[in-house]
Design a binder for this molecule. Structure first.
Ligand code: NDP
Length: 315
């Protein structure tokens, strides 16, 4: 047993990305003795990127893993109790001052009056044949994790946002050729990333294009692409397909407990982190369909801890 029965906590945090750790630091400094569940990917999505160039305070950029290790150390310095487990169920009270039940991996339950949800999001699948079967056999969501398997080979990236262009930028340094497959004829990504990839000669951008099929028997050998403008099909031979078409919020366990929007994001009050249940706050990508930046996540993590502190003053 990790926790004594009947011990009611002040602040439980679910999630270990920038939102979770930032919430922990603020909650700890407000004497709320936070307990943070890391989830199955300690450090969150930033641990799958290389350099983070747009986090304030790092003029030369910072490695995603290093940044998250430092966030963890900072949270630990203020005595956050960090538990390397996933929460798999919650029962949330409707009453002001009520007690929320949080169940984690080994079927233990912890009770708390305050809960901060910072569970982030996960990458979206395309929904085509063999995509799931070939995960790790050529299909990937993470160029920094799997890119080196394709050294000096041809690969494809699908998506037109910041994630896709970052993947392309990374892969172009190690692969022979990188096809970038974009369904519209323009990018959603920021101009700085567009400029960065425009300078590389081994990137071939295919606009108006969709991947319709994955080819290969035991592992990925190529993909079929449909061009919507010319209404033509073509096959390209690649050893890797990197999917970067956006994210889905990690809210499955909150579906029957909190108000979610049509895309599954937790609904919070405008300019706050207050959810539909008293004492429950949401921070980071799990409540943010618009910005989804490390720095905005960290900002909303801070807000959640401050909102929780105010909540305690009101009960
Ligand atoms: P986005 O939602 O920004 O972009 C998704 C891209 O994938 C769009 O081009 C979209 O096309 C395309 N797409 C979506 N579904 C499909 C599909 N079924 N088939 C083909 N293409 C599809 O997601 P990202 O993951 O790129 O970024 C999420 C957030 O994280 C953003 O706010 C981004 O700014 C941020 N981010 C920032 C980074 C940085 O600052 N360095 C790095 C990575 C992410 P369409 O435009 O047609 O909808």
């Amino acid at each position: 047993m990790l926790f004594k029965k009947k011990q009611i906590q002040d602040c439980v945090i679910i999630g270990s990305g920038p939102a979770g750790y930032s919430a922990a630091i603020y909650a700890a400094r407000a004497n709320m003795s936070p307990i943070l569940f890391t989830g199955f990917q300690p450090g969150g999505q930033l641990t799958t990127t290389t350099d983070v160039d747009n986090y304030l305070g790092f003029p030369e950029g910072v490695n995603g893993n290093d940044l998250m290790n430092n966030c963890r150390k900072q949270a630990e310095r203020f005595n956050t109790k960090i538990i390397n487990q996933s929460v798999n169920r919650v029962i949330l009270s409707n009453k002001k001052g009520g007690i929320h039940k949080i169940f984690f991996e080994n079927k233990e339950c912890i009770e708390s009056r305050g809960l901060i949800i910072a569970t982030g999001s996960h990458p979206k699948f395309l929904g085509i044949n063999k995509e799931k079967k070939f995960m790790g056999l050529g299909v990937s969501f993470c160029a920094t994790c799997d890119g080196f398997f394709h050294k000096e080979k041809d690969v494809a990236v699908i998506g037109g946002g910041d994630s896709a262009l970052e993947e392309v930028n990374f892969l172009a340094k190690i692969c022979r050729k990188v096809y970038l497959i974009v369904r519209k004829n323009y990018f959603k990504a920021s101009k700085i990333l567009q400029n960065r990839i425009s300078k590389k000669k081994n990137i071939n951008i295919l606009f108006y294009s969709n991947v319709t099929e994955i080819i290969g028997n035991d592992f990925l050998e190529g993909i079929k692409i449909f061009n919507q403008k010319n209404e033509t099909n073509r096959t390209i031979l690649v050893s890797g397909l990197f999917i970067a078409i956006g994210h889905i919020p990690n809210t499955d366990i909150f579906k029957n407990e909190l108000d979610l929007n049509e895309k599954g994001y937790i609904i919070v009050q405008k300019g706050k982190t207050i959810t539909s249940k008293p004492g429950v706050f949401a921070a980071g990508d799990v409540q943010d369909p618009d910005y989804q930046q490390a720095i905005t996540s960290a900002g909303t993590g801070c807000m959640a801890a401050l909102d929780l502190e105010k909540y305690y003053l009101s009960i």
